[in-house]
Write a protein of this length. Structure first.
Length: 71
């Protein structure tokens, strides 16, 4: 089951990373919690220039990991 809405990626390709505001929207967690997860190495992030990118796979893994804990 896919927990993330399908955004229209450019040129019909699947997105491999998103910026922080999109990661917040996709997961429903706050921006500050997202940065805390990055700092705690529970969520991957890539810094390219001034942009902070979060791999979509890392977001999926975070949700999956925490879904299993709650079950």
């Amino acid at each position: 089951m896919d927990h993330f809405p399908k955004a229209a990626p450019p040129h019909g390709h699947d997105l491999i990373s998103v910026r922080v505001p999109e990661a917040v929207r996709m997961t429903g967690i706050s921006r500050s919690v997202l940065y805390e997860l990055i700092k705690a190495n529970e969520l991957e992030a890539v810094k390219i220039g001034r942009a902070t990118l979060v791999p979509v796979q890392s977001l999926r893994a975070l949700i999956e990991k925490n879904t299993k804990k709650a079950a």
